[in-house]
Design a protein around this ligand. Structure first.
Ligand code: FES
Length: 68
């Protein structure tokens, strides 16, 4: 899925960057340009970083139903 629409950055690219050692949004900004335009992707990008570091597949988390 595309996380940063402004810069066409996918969750896959973010996870790959985390695997290469980038563990903060600041680092992703420098290397992938995530969040350098409107900023609406910040929260989702941070969630992907956190979940990938924790070993949780974000795709599964996003499929979980949201309690009303
Ligand atoms: S969606 Fe990422 S900067 Fe706009």
């Amino acid at each position: 899925m595309i996380v940063c629409v402004c810069n066409n950055v996918s969750d896959r690219k973010i996870r790959q960057a985390v695997d290469e050692g980038m563990v903060s949004l600041a680092e992703l900004r420098l290397h992938l340009d995530v969040g350098t335009c409107c900023g609406k992707c910040h929260s989702c990008a941070k969630d992907i970083i956190r979940d990938h570091l924790a070993g949780e597949p974000v795709s599964l988390l996003m499929q979980m139903p949201i309690a009303a």
